[in-house]
Design a protein around this ligand. Structure first.
Ligand code: TRP
Length: 329
């Protein structure tokens, strides 16, 4: 008996970082035990905000598969696949787009914000596809009739809209789809090295697959308690970003470090060295696995291929129901 069915996705938009790992993947790995899980690398979603140069997509999909598998997603337990390999996502997206009032899409809070934010960076995403982003996300979820959707807080408005679209479908045609609920993970917001949310767009990330040198160098750049200017000043771990990371990666030494920092017995340079060492150690088994997998690209491609086959079976059954409910061929 499982607790239900999960769908979640992630855009292959660049290097996977620790915020993605702790905010999502670590949780997905645990969910595999109790739920029937579908996890998708959503390459069509990546096009909604970056459609001009598509040449890096294959490489990014492969990298994301390596990250997911090395972090512990297990193709024996979960269906792991690439969105564009299952064309049913596009068909359902089209049908949903017919019945969704434009005002619902325009009112999503992230829509205008992101349009403006990317506009300022000189990116024009005033497109039909970007407006329809939540439509595609809805299709992803309901093709598998998922009832639970682990996401970051920023995605909750999209899920709310998904539920509205689903209610409309169920009312207009036939009640086929369950209304999915969002599931937030505990540490959904990991700070970056500057203390703001870890995000590639802020350039404050620590790469998940970074080498020991790279991780150590990023930790060295972390902001600490701004009041602690000199080595002899006493620090306050409660406002220190490095300490936030100690709590996540180095629980054992935490209380000792906190006391030493408050008494100015440990300096920030040493404190960061200890953190980096712990992070490198904890990431090591996953890095090793990633290295092994990266030597077998054909095997990784086969995992994604088999995942798409399994996903397609479910998606095809759902589409048969949808077409019948809508009197379509
Ligand atoms: N929009 C999500 C993000 O950028 C990715 C995504 C696409 C997704 N389809 C989904 C998440 C379906 C959950 C369910 O983070």
């Amino acid at each position: 008996m499982t607790k239900g069915r999960i769908f979640s996705g992630m855009q292959p938009s660049g290097r996977f970082h620790l915020g993605n790992y702790l905010g999502a993947l670590e949780n997905w790995v645990k969910l595999q035990r109790d739920y029937e899980c579908f996890f998708s690398i959503v390459d069509w979603h990546a096009l909604t905000s970056s459609y001009e140069d598509t040449s890096k997509i294959p490489e990014r999909i492969h990298d994301m598969a390596l990250d997911w598998l090395s972090a512990g997603l297990d193709p024996e337990k979960s269906v792991i696949f690439v969105q564009s390999h299952v064309k049913e996502h596009a068909e359902l997206h089209l049908l949903l787009s017919m019945m969704t009032p434009l005002s619902w899409l325009e009112r999503v809070p992230t829509y205008k914000d992101k349009l403006q934010q990317l506009g300022e960076q000189g990116k024009d995403i005033n497109t039909y596809g970007f407006l329809g982003y939540p439509e595609l996300m809805t299709a992803d979820i309901i093709l598998y009739k998922a009832d639970t959707v682990p996401v970051g807080e920023d995605q909750l408005p999209h899920l709310e809209l998904s539920r509205e679209i689903i209610r409309r479908f169920n009312y207009l045609y036939q009640p086929i789809f369950p209304e999915p609920a969002g599931m937030l993970s505990k540490s959904s917001v990991l700070p970056g090295i500057d203390g703001r949310k870890m995000s590639k767009s802020y350039g404050n990330e620590i790469p998940f697959a970074g080498s020991a040198e790279e991780i150590t160098a990023r930790v060295r750049l972390m902001v600490t308690d701004p009041q602690r200017v000199k080595r002899t000043d006493k620090g306050n771990p409660d406002v220190c970003n490095v300490y936030t990371f100690h709590k996540l990666f180095n629980q054992e030494q935490c209380s000792e470090i906190s006391i030493a920092c408050r008494a100015a017995e440990i300096g920030c340079v040493d404190c960061k060295k200890r953190l980096a060492a712990q992070m490198v150690e904890q990431l090591a088994p996953m890095h090793e696995k990633r290295l092994e997998l990266s030597a077998k690209p054909a095997m990784v491609a086969e995992i994604l291929h088999a995942g798409a086959e399994r996903a397609r079976k479910v998606a095809q059954d759902t589409m048969a129901e949808v077409r019948s409910a809508m009197h379509l061929g």
